[in-house]
Design a protein around this ligand. Structure first.
Ligand SMILES: *[C@@H]1O[C@H](CO)[C@@H](O)[C@H](O)[C@H]1NC(C)=O
Length: 309
């Protein structure tokens, strides 16, 4: 089957349509989370750009994360909203592959950025005197460019491989977005190459980045323990605690779920749990960064004062 005929076939994203009584609840809560994560991320993005004190590598990386979070939720949740609102579960194969592309892109780029941020925290805390020499503007730019490029390249490979597979003329996906595993499970042709790519990615984006982040934090913690005053210790720890929370949220939710074996009985749980990292985590990220962070809070207070006066 060639690709043009694949585009005309019927594909259904079942989402939560098995529970008609819950449709309205699902719709309202998803809409609420979607708007909140867009608002939160846009707010952090604007605050960082408008505050000269926040023009540091850490916050520039954070801006990159907010852009990714907006992209990530926007490629999945609006379609889910349409499905729950209209009850029309159809999606085109092209739409489905596009979701996979941006989903994989966001996750890959995000994990790479989180690793760069861990390195940034390592330099800031363990070798502070050389911080501004090492984390120059050009270094940060190279780090972030590298992440965006490797993220694009990686998801492009999936896109090309998946769009070459053949699919039945009618199929249903019991998920609320085109989750890679669900899409592969309905494919008629051999998908070994994609399975191999997933394994390689699990190693590169999961294990290698996790080891790099853990190594940074081992150095960071041993440096913090050497600080003599407890207020100094707390202050230093605060400068990396929000990053640490976001890293833990990210790894526990997304990688845990993506690596878990697919089983028929756990599909409903999978969906519910996916909701956590698709909708809840992007909503929490800006909150964690702004509420736990005195610099951001100060900037917010200041800009509010300016607009009021
Ligand atoms: C991403 O990070 C880089 C490096 O810190 C920065 O120069 C760039 O402006 C950021 N881009 C966005 C969209 O936030």
């Amino acid at each position: 089957m060639d690709q043009t005929s694949a585009l005309q076939n019927e594909l259904h994203l079942l989402a939560f349509s098995k529970y008609p009584t819950f449709q309205l609840v699902v719709f309202i809560s998803v809409l609420f989370m979607y708007l909140l994560s867009i608002a939160g991320n846009v707010f952090v993005f604007i605050t960082v750009l408008q505050t000269p004190q926040l023009h540091t590598p850490m916050y520039f990386f954070l801006c990159n994360l907010t852009v990714l979070d907006v992209l990530y939720v926007s490629v999945i949740l609006p379609k889910l909203l349409v499905i729950t609102f209209t009850g029309d579960t159809r999606i085109t194969y092209l739409g489905c592959f596009t979701q996979i592309f941006f989903y994989v892109f966001s996750i890959g780029t995000e994990v790479c950025l989180l690793t760069s941020m861990a390195y940034d925290r390592y330099v800031a805390i363990c070798i502070p005197l050389r911080y501004f020499v090492i984390m120059k503007r050009s270094t940060c730019l190279i780090f972030s460019m590298f992440c965006w490029i490797i993220g694009t390249f990686n998801s492009l490979m999936y896109y090309l491989l998946i769009s070459k597979l053949s699919f039945p003329s009618f199929s249903e996906i019991n998920h609320f977005f085109c989750h890679m595993k669900s899409v592969l499970s309905i494919a008629c042709s051999d998908s070994t190459s994609i399975s191999n790519l997933i394994t390689a990615d699990g190693f590169l984006f999961g294990l290698v980045t996790l080891i790099l982040i853990l190594t940074s934090y081992m150095y960071i913690i041993s440096t913090i323990l050497k600080i003599l005053t407890s207020s100094g210790r707390r202050k230093t720890f605060t400068s990396c605690s929000s990053h640490l929370i976001i890293v833990m949220l990210f790894f526990f939710t997304s990688l845990f779920l993506n690596m878990k074996a697919e089983s028929k009985c756990s599909q409903e749980w999978d969906k519910a749990f996916s909701m956590v990292y698709i909708a809840v985590v992007p909503m929490l990220n800006p909150l964690i960064y702004s509420l736990r962070n005195k610099e951001v809070l100060d900037a917010v207070k200041k800009s509010m004062k300016n607009t009021v006066m």
